[in-house]
Design a binder for this molecule. Structure first.
Ligand code: SF4
Length: 235
């Protein structure tokens, strides 16, 4: 394996998972740079570009500095940007980490537009697939890739997080055959989370999304980092 291969990194930090079914779990976050979408409300626009290039070897050394991660709970979240743009390089990193730490749990945050390779998938414990709706202002042909969505539906490791502002967004999901099937067949793996970039927006919008989660029988996902840190970086 070539540990000299490079990956653009936006930030690496130890925190708690802020969204999804593992909300609250302490984890080491590796945020890669670069995204194939440019959602209008993206809360990590700083990760669209300007990442610092790290070799896999340098990343492994950096990870050794996070004592809580190494000694207490080996839970890794790979986020972005869009991590699957770098799945070949990340496979090398994860291959080395998995050989050192056999109990490593790897969560990958993805926009669900890129199908994982068999090699990358071997190292992943869970995907958090955030398929984008019209509220992202991204054309449908770019944000909903049928082949990739079908792959995640069949994977058995995927949870689907939808960023919801109001009931129109839910109607959009139910009116789209590919997305409606995710709700009807994988309801326990679907989460609604409020569209919000600041604490104020979150507090204002979360109650309606809780009601919509109750009405449609899906999980509500908090966005702890927005609620507590109001969109600050590195937390
Ligand atoms: S896919 Fe995610 S990281 Fe990329 S622009 Fe949209 S919200 Fe931001």
């Amino acid at each position: 394996m070539d540990s000299k291969i490079v990956i653009p990194i936006s930030e690496i930090f130890y925190s708690i998972q802020g969204e999804g079914v593992n909300s609250g779990v302490p984890a080491l976050f590796i945020r890669v740079s670069g995204c194939n979408l440019k959602c209008v409300w993206c809360d990590t626009k700083y990760a669209w570009s300007n990442g610092e290039l790290y070799t896999v070897e340098e990343l492994i050394n950096l990870i050794q500095e996070f004592n809580e991660f190494l000694t207490r709970r080996r839970h890794l979240v790979i986020t972005g940007g869009e991590p699957l743009l770098w799945q070949k390089e990340l496979s090398i990193l994860l291959g080395i980490l998995k050989s050192k730490y056999t109990d490593l749990f790897v969560e990958v945050e993805t926009n669900g537009t890129i199908k994982p390779t068999i090699e990358f998938d071997n190292y992943v414990s869970q995907y958090n697939v955030s398929l984008k709706l019209g509220n992202s202002m991204i054309p449908e042909r770019e944000r909903l890739i049928p082949e990739a969505i079908e792959w995640f539906k069949k994977s058995g490791k995927a949870y689907f997080k939808f960023v919801v502002l109001n009931e129109k967004d839910v109607e959009e999901i139910l009116g789209h055959p590919l997305l409606a099937e995710i709700i009807s067949k994988h309801r326990d793996r679907v989460l609604f989370m409020p569209l919000a970039s600041t604490r104020e927006e979150y507090i204002e919008r979360a109650p309606l999304v809780i009601e919509l989660s109750k009405k449609y029988g899906v999980r509500f996902s908090p966005r702890i980092h927005i609620c507590i840190y109001s969109g600050r970086q590195g937390v």
